[in-house]
Design a protein around this ligand. Structure first.
Ligand SMILES: Cc1cc2nc3c(=O)[nH]c(=O)nc-3n(C[C@H](O)[C@H](O)[C@H](O)COP(=O)(O)OP(=O)(O)OC[C@H]3O[C@@H](n4cnc5c(N)ncnc54)[C@H](O)[C@@H]3O)c2cc1C
Ligand SMILES: *[C@@H]1O[C@H](CO)[C@@H](O)[C@H](O)[C@H]1NC(C)=O
Ligand SMILES: *[C@@H]1O[C@H](CO)[C@@H](O)[C@H](O)[C@H]1NC(C)=O
Ligand SMILES: *[C@@H]1O[C@H](CO)[C@@H](O)[C@H](O)[C@H]1NC(C)=O
Length: 458
């Protein structure tokens, strides 16, 4: 099969979602229809941050992408559907914290170090000379390629312009370039009524920052022998306008710490300054003055904390038009309170790879057909992403004890146990999506594709 007969797919952004999409397309591409080019702005591939949660729903998808053998050894426990603690919730903003409720989910959370996750994905790209199990699609990675513009005529290829690099072309363009996407504003500018989309160009700050860091097990054992997290799958310490989660990664050798601080008066404002900065331990510690010693001990062990401004996108209602598709954070960056951002992006990859490789999708894609396919992608993905993004906001308010049920309680006030438990139970319900099955979305998408496909091909 010569390369010029293949559908040329350009993926902009080699984050978790862009890489996963390339793997998905290759895995499903039984007829060897695709040639994939991945363009990444940075000169090397690296994943910042520490831990990430993968959920049973996402695991089902990753298995279908052929990643089971590579990823399984990286998780904190073998994937199964046993009821497991996702987070043990404790009241934390007082000297003697106490247990509130264990949030349980079938299969729990599969916790993995981001660097391990990315390494596993890179192993599965169908690049010449790598260990990819299948080589269905052709694939190339182009580092130091920052997309700055694209253009197309009706039937012809899409031309891609890069900063300081020669232009290239493709048939299908995927924006997987994250929350600060350059592709998203260009995509919005090319929609019929671009002014309507002004509020989707720039991210919005949530009034929330996250302090993040890794703690070595050894250090914690010295500072606080027998600390609860040393023998626990994950803990969440809640308090007024603050909460902290911690969980072991890398076979328990490290504890991943994320500590949230919320200023409600700054909700939906614009963050000024760098998104991520190194901060002193003293600054981090000060935010948690008066908290449970279990939290303070952990903070004392974070050698180099970083502070992240937590931003998200307004709920965009179109991810695809014609030959251009947004996925992952570039389409629907959401707050981290459900540990769901990458998972929802992986679902985008799953649905789009299924549609593009479906037996009814022809090798030569007419304008009508690709428009139809894009509308199916929108129909399936937009409502799902918006509902998840809304849920992350609600969950944040519950974790920070700022949800409507906690109205009237000021910092330092005692909150009745039944309200704390009610809040934790709502969070638990909000995590029930993790055990649903994304195969149903795939079937629905394929059914819609088939239903309109014949007409669209005319
Ligand atoms: C504190 C925190 C905790 C989280 N925890 C979880 C969790 O437990 N589970 C979960 O599922 N999600 C979690 N998330 C969300 C998750 O990290 C993101 O949703 C996910 O990493 C987004 O992946 P992406 O590939 O869409 O974007 P990114 O990872 O941002 O990748 C985008 C890539 O595009 C490149 N790029 C940008 N512009 C251009 C350009 N113009 N040209 C070429 N390349 C470009 C960038 O360099 C980058 O490599 C968390 C987020 C935070 C902040
Ligand atoms: C980007 O491409 C579009 C479409 O061809 C063109 O109108 C626009 O001027 C270009 N923008 C830049 C900054 O080059
Ligand atoms: C999360 O909780 C909020 C508040 O109870 C609710 O409105 C929302 O539908 C829930 N989301 C999910 C996914 O369960
Ligand atoms: C999801 O559905 C698929 C397809 O029917 C099935 O193979 C898989 O076992 C299901 N997964 C779960 C967790 O129920």
């Amino acid at each position: 099969m010569s390369q010029d007969r293949r559908v040329r797919v350009a993926i902009v952004g080699a984050g978790i979602v862009g890489l996963t999409f390339a793997i998905a397309l290759n895995e499903f591409d039984r007829d060897h229809k695709f040639a994939i080019d991945i363009y990444e702005a940075t000169p090397e591939l690296s994943e910042i941050g520490a831990g990430i949660n993968v959920w049973p729903r996402t695991w089902e998808i990753l298995k279908q992408f052929g990643l089971e053998d590579t990823l399984t050894p990286c998780f904190d426990h073998a994937p199964d559907l046993e009821p497991r603690i996702i987070f043990g919730v404790r009241k934390g903003d007082q000297k003697d914290g106490f247990k509130v409720h264990d949030i349980i989910g079938n299969g729990g959370a599969l916790r993995i170090h981001r660097a391990d996750f990315q390494r596993s994905l890179l192993k599965h790209l169908p690049l010449p000379g790598t260990a990819a199990t299948k080589m269905n699609s052709l694939c190339a990675v182009h580092l130091s390629h920052r997309l700055i513009n694209y253009s197309y005529t009706n039937a012809g290829p899409i031309t891609l312009n890069f900063e300081g690099k020669p232009s290239t072309t493709c048939d299908i363009l995927i924006g997987a370039d994250g929350i600060k996407s350059s592709l998203r504003p260009m995509f919005l500018n090319r929609l019929p009524n671009p002014q309507r989309y002004d509020k989707f160009r720039e991210p919005v700050w949530s009034g929330t920052v996250a302090y993040r860091g890794l703690v070595s097990r050894e250090d914690l054992e010295k500072v606080y022998p027998g600390h609860r997290i040393l023998d626990h799958p994950g803990l969440m310490y809640t308090g007024k306008s603050r909460y902290t989660v911690m969980y072991p990664v890398s076979g328990g050798n490290f504890i991943n710490v994320v500590a949230i601080v919320h200023d409600t008066s700054k909700d939906t404002t614009v963050w000024k300054g760098p998104w991520k900065t190194d901060v002193t331990q003293a600054e981090f510690f000060e935010q948690y003055t008066g908290w449970d010693e279990e939290v303070q001990a952990l903070i004392r062990c974070v050698k180099q904390p970083t502070k992240w401004a937590l931003q998200s996108l307004n709920h965009l209602d179109v991810f695809a038009k014609g030959r251009v598709f947004l996925m992952g954070d570039s389409a629907h960056a959401m707050l981290p309170h459900l540990g769901a951002g990458a998972s929802v992006g992986i679902e985008d990859a799953y649905i789009l790879a299924s549609l593009l490789t479906h037996h009814s999708t022809p090798r030569v894609l007419s304008t009508h057909y690709i428009n139809h396919l894009a509308s199916v992608y929108n129909t399936i993905r937009v409502p799902r992403a918006i509902s998840m993004a809304k849920s992350t906001i609600d969950t944040g308010y519950l974790c920070n004890l700022e949800a409507p049920i906690y109205e009237g309680y000021k910092p330092g006030d005692e909150i009745p146990m039944d309200l704390l438990v009610e809040g934790a139970r709502t969070i638990e319900r909000n995590w029930s999506w993790t055990t649903t099955n994304a195969s149903e979305d795939r079937w629905r998408a394929e059914e819609l594709l088939g239903r309109g496909g014949e007409m669209a091909m005319l």
